[in-house]
Design a protein around this ligand. Structure first.
Ligand SMILES: Cc1ncc(COP(=O)(O)O)c(C=O)c1O
Length: 473
């Protein structure tokens, strides 16, 4: 059936008005970030069953309800995840990407999007000093770490695709603070979780390169074959940056691939003021970069960048020649051969449009605003008589709430305050529970909608929750 343009116009106009009204509610301080309901209560709160069609008069109130009951990740006090808010360019580009609906598999179907993806990958690689680096967008930072590992495997075991591991035991080294996706990567790739080494960190949560070297040495002595070091630039909980230059020395001495997971910290490369945090990133063989985290493009906008031209293709290519990857003059522009996916969305459009519209300076301002918020949050925590700062690095501020008397455990008290805060719907801030039962808030500055006034509101809400919980102590 052909698209009926006047019908489409009704859908688009209704959608636009719903979106604008929804987003304008975020400006009202009374609008909650979350209206939490348990799953069964939520399931029974409206009719989700499929069958009878709804009229236009019925469908829009239903959609309004669905949006209203969803978590408002665009709310200025959504500070729970390593993403938040949305840039207007990204929203606009997502509409256009949906209409263009290419697949990034071949140049023939996605000529412009392929060029944009290459351009942004080149720009990011240049900023990081990866010289001839290539890049491809993937379905998230976790998958970028997986592809980094697959590249490492291809580098160290070139015939692995055909012959597998042949009984050899390969080891991978990440810090004890690294993202859990490395664990997934080792089991998905068949290396085995037992062969993922967890390297101790220093007091700030950064990998200790001396211990790393010793672990590599011992593994070699015991017959293992070290394959890759996965450093992290901006750890998930503490925001720590591993010392890439020192780690690289170990990688070169023992001929290991060096992957840097800069999913969280990578955005600092765009800021002349803060890019020093990524010192040494030019030494990486491959890098994970998530634009949906600090650049507010919306999920997903992830890259895996690789310093060695041809390696992404060597690693991921396989099959499809008879019907999709034809042998023609421009076949090296078919990025599907670089990718684990066949069909692939043009996630690039939102990042390219944002960057094109703001320029390098505007992109730096996005990042600098987050740093500014984070340093303000740190000062507020330090000056609050009942908040105890545990760690403040990059955009992560971790703190506990001091109970009213010595009989109450600080960890349990912190958890109770956090639970009260979330149930009030006023703000969403995540918490961390370490294996030793230490519990703390992890406040992250990732949301472009947040201002210092919003942070004042947050700390007022935390103080309010604290006084309510005090009454039960
Ligand atoms: C350091 C780090 N790496 C990787 C990831 C995974 O990213 P994604 O959620 O895009 O898969 C995260 C997610 O928070 C992260 O913090």
């Amino acid at each position: 059936m052909k698209n009926n343009l006047s019908e489409l116009q009704i859908w688009l106009e209704k959608t636009e008005s719903l979106i604008l009204s929804y987003l304008s509610q975020n400006e009202d301080p009374q609008t909650p970030v979350v209206k939490y309901s348990p799953p069964l209560e939520l399931r029974d709160s409206m009719d989700f069953s499929l069958g009878k069609p709804l009229s236009q008069n019925e469908i829009w109130p239903a959609m309004e309800k669905i949006m209203d009951k969803s978590v408002r990740t665009t709310h200025p006090l959504f500070l729970n995840q390593l993403f938040g808010g949305l840039q207007p360019e990204a929203i606009s580009a997502e509409w256009m990407a949906t209409i263009l609906n290419p697949t990034m598999a071949t140049y023939e179907i996605a000529p412009l999007m392929t060029i944009l993806e290459k351009e942004v990958s080149r720009k990011l690689s240049n900023l990081m000093g990866l010289k001839l680096g290539e890049g491809i967008m993937v379905t998230g930072g976790s998958n970028a770490n997986l592809v980094g590992l697959l590249c490492a495997r291809q580098f160290k075991v070139p015939d692995v695709k055909k012959r597998g591991y042949q009984g050899k035991k390969y080891t991978v080294y990440v810090s004890s603070e690294a993202h859990y996706s490395y664990e997934k990567a080792v089991h998905i790739s068949g290396l085995g979780i037992d062969h993922l080494r967890s390297v101790r960190v220093d007091a700030k949560g950064a990998m200790d390169p001396v211990i790393l070297k010793e672990m590599v040495r011992q593994d070699i002595a015991q017959g293992f074959i070290p394959l890759m070091i996965g450093a992290t630039a901006g750890t998930t909980v503490l925001g720590a940056f591993d010392p890439i230059a020192e780690i690289n020395k170990v990688a070169r001495e023992y001929n290991l691939w060096l992957h840097v997971d800069a999913a969280w910290g990578g955005g600092a490369i765009l800021s002349p003021t803060h890019r020093h945090l990524l010192k040494g990133i030019h030494l990486a063989d491959s890098v994970t970069f998530d634009a949906h985290k600090t650049l507010n493009t919306g999920l997903i906008a992830s890259f895996v960048l690789c310093k060695h031209p041809g390696m992404l293709k060597q690693t991921n290519q396989g099959g499809g020649n008879e019907y999709i990857f034809h042998d023609y003059d421009n076949s090296d522009w078919d990025t599907g051969t670089y990718s684990l996916q066949c069909g692939r969305r043009p996630d690039i459009l939102k990042l390219w449009l944002l960057w094109k519209s703001r320029g390098d300076e505007g992109m730096a301002k996005i990042i600098d605003h987050l740093f500014d918020l984070s340093s303000y949050a740190k000062t507020q925590i330090e000056n609050h008589p009942r908040l105890k700062l545990i760690s403040s690095q990059f955009l992560n501020n971790c703190f506990q709430v001091i109970p009213p008397n010595e009989f109450m455990d600080i960890n349990q008290f912190t958890l109770k305050v956090r639970t009260h805060l979330v149930q009030s719907g006023k703000a969403l801030v995540n918490y961390v529970e370490l294996p030793n039962k230490t519990i703390f808030f992890r406040l992250v500055a990732a949301n472009n909608q947040t201002t210092k006034v919003d942070l004042d509101r947050l700390f007022n809400e935390i103080s309010h929750s604290m006084t309510i919980i005090d009454k039960f102590c």
